[in-house]
Design a binder for this molecule. Structure first.
Ligand SMILES: NC(=O)C1=CN([C@@H]2O[C@H](COP(=O)(O)OP(=O)(O)OC[C@H]3O[C@@H](n4cnc5c(N)ncnc54)[C@H](O)[C@@H]3O)[C@@H](O)[C@H]2O)C=CC1
Ligand SMILES: O=C(CO)COP(=O)(O)O
Length: 343
C-alpha cells in the first residue's frame, strides 16, 4: 500500500477523529488549527481537550498553526471547518497549492446567501483541484474510538473517489463510493434540519412515534428537494441520506439534536448555542433549505415549521400542531429517478 501526505484543516471533533483514522493507516497527516491556545494544549497534553477529550492523539499526528506549512506538498486536503468558513479557508490556501491536490470536504452544510453546495464553492475558488465529499452516519466520538462506521465518498470522477476510499478504508471505517455528489451533499446538509426538529420533539416530551415520523417524513421532503435540484433519489436511501438522518435524529452525540432538545425545553437560541459550544450546522441550513424550497417550489412542511421556530420565534408546540393538522394527503408520491448515476 502507498502512503500519502494529507493536510486536515480544522481541529474540531470531526477533523481530529478523521486525522486519527488517517494516522492509523500510516499516512503523513498535518492537522491545522487557527487557535494557538488549543495548539499548545494539544502539544502539552496529547489530547484535544476542547472537542474530543476522551481520546489520546496518535504520536504520528503533526500539529500545525501555519497554514502554508500544513498544506505544503499535500496529496489531499481535507476541509473540516463549519460550512460557512469553507470559502475563506479555500481563499487562504489557494496561493500555496499546486492545483492537483484532492480536496476532500467533510463539512455538512450549504453556503448562506449563495445557497451553494460546498462542491460548488470549491469549484468557484479552486477550479482545477479534484473534489470529493465524504459523508454518512459518523459521529466523531465513535470514530475516534474505532467503533464500526460506514461512510460514502462521492466524486464526479471515479478514480478520485477510489483514491479517497483507499486513503481512509480500515476494518472499522468502511468507505463506499457514489457518483452522485449533489445527492450526497444535500443528504448530509438537510438531515441536520430534521435532526434539530427531532430534538425539539424530544425536548417537548414527545416519544419514539414522533421521532420515527420526523425521520420518515423528513427523508420524504429531503428527497423532493433533492430530486428537483438534480440528485438521484436512490442516494437518499443510502448512508448519506436515511443512514445519516437516523444517526443524527437518535444519537445524543448529535449537536443538532441536542440543540433542538434545549429549544424544545424552552431555552433561547443564543443560550442553546453557547451550551453546545460546537458548530450546529442545522441552524443556518434551515434558512438556506427554506429559501431553496421556495425557489424550487417544493413543499417542505417540517423545514418550514423549524424555520418559523428559529427565525420567526414561533412557539414549538404550535409548530407541531401546524404539522399534525395539515390538509390530509397520500403518503407515497410517484417519483421516477431519471438521473443516470453511472460513472
Ligand atoms: N462532529 C462530527 O461527528 C461530525 C461533524 N461533521 C461536520 O464537520 C464540520 C465540522 O464539525 P465539527 O468538527 O463537529 O465542529 P467543531 O465545532 O467541533 O469544530 C469546528 C472547528 O473548525 C474551526 N473553524 C471554524 N471556522 C474556522 C476558520 N475560519 N478557520 C479556521 N478554523 C475554523 C473551529 O475553530 C473548530 O476547531 C461540520 O460541518 C459538521 O457538520 C460531519 C460529520 C461528523
Ligand atoms: O453529521 C454528523 C453525524 O453523521 C454529525 O451530526 P451533528 O453535527 O448533529 O453532531
Amino acid at each position: 500500500m502507498s502512503y500519502s501526505k494529507i493536510a486536515v484543516l480544522g481541529a474540531g471533533s470531526w477533523g481530529t477523529a478523521l486525522s486519527m483514522v488517517l494516522c492509523s493507516k500510516g499516512h503523513e497527516v498535518n492537522l491545522w488549527m487557527r487557535n494557538e491556545e488549543q495548539y499548545k494544549d494539544m502539544i502539552n497534553t496529547g489530547k484535544n481537550n476542547k472537542y474530543l477529550p476522551n481520546v489520546i492523539l496518535p504520536s504520528n499526528l503533526n500539529l500545525h498553526l501555519e497554514l502554508e506549512k500544513a498544506v505544503l506538498d499535500a496529496d489531499a486536503i481535507l476541509i473540516s471547518v463549519s460550512s460557512q468558513s469553507v470559502r475563506g479557508i479555500l481563499k487562504n490556501i489557494k496561493p500555496y497549492l499546486k492545483g492537483n491536490e484532492v480536496i476532500i470536504n467533510v463539512s455538512k452544510g450549504l453556503e448562506k446567501g449563495t445557497h451553494l453546495r460546498i462542491s460548488q464553492v470549491v469549484c468557484e475558488e479552486l477550479p482545477d483541484n479534484p473534489f470529493v465529499v465524504l459523508s454518512g452516519p459518523s459521529h466523531a466520538e465513535e470514530v475516534s474510538k474505532n467503533m464500526p462506521t460506514t461512510v460514502v465518498v462521492a466524486s464526479k470522477d471515479k478514480s478520485t473517489a477510489e483514491f479517497v476510499q483507499d486513503l481512509f478504508i480500515t476494518p472499522s471505517f468502511r468507505v463506499y463510493t457514489n457518483p452522485d455528489v449533489i445527492g450526497v451533499e444535500l443528504g448530509g446538509s438537510l438531515k441536520n434540519v430534521i435532526a434539530f426538529g427531532a430534538g425539539i420533539a424530544d425536548g417537548l416530551g414527545f416519544g419514539d412515534n414522533a421521532r420515527a415520523a420526523l425521520i420518515t417524513r423528513g427523508i420524504s421532503e429531503i428527497t423532493r428537494l433533492g430530486k428537483a435540484m438534480g440528485a438521484s433519489i436512490s442516494t437518499f436511501a443510502g448512508l448519506s441520506g436515511i443512514g445519516d438522518l437516523i444517526v443524527t435524529c437518535t444519537s445524543m452525540h448529535s449537536r443538532n439534536r441536542r440543540a433542538g432538545i434545549l429549544i424544545g425545553e424552552g431555552k433561547g437560541l443564543d443560550e442553546t448555542l453557547k451550551e453546545i459550544g460546537m458548530v450546529v450546522e442545522g441552524i443556518t441550513t434551515t434558512k438556506v433549505a427554506y429559501e431553496l424550497a421556495q425557489q424550487y417550489n417544493i413543499e417542505m412542511p417540517i423545514t418550514s415549521e423549524i424555520y418559523s421556530i428559529i427565525y420567526s420565534n414561533n412557539n414549538a408546540k404550535d409548530a407541531v400542531s401546524n404539522l399534525m393538522c395539515r390538509n390530509r394527503t397520500h403518503e407515497i408520491e410517484e417519483v421516477v429517478d431519471s438521473i443516470n448515476t453511472d460513472w
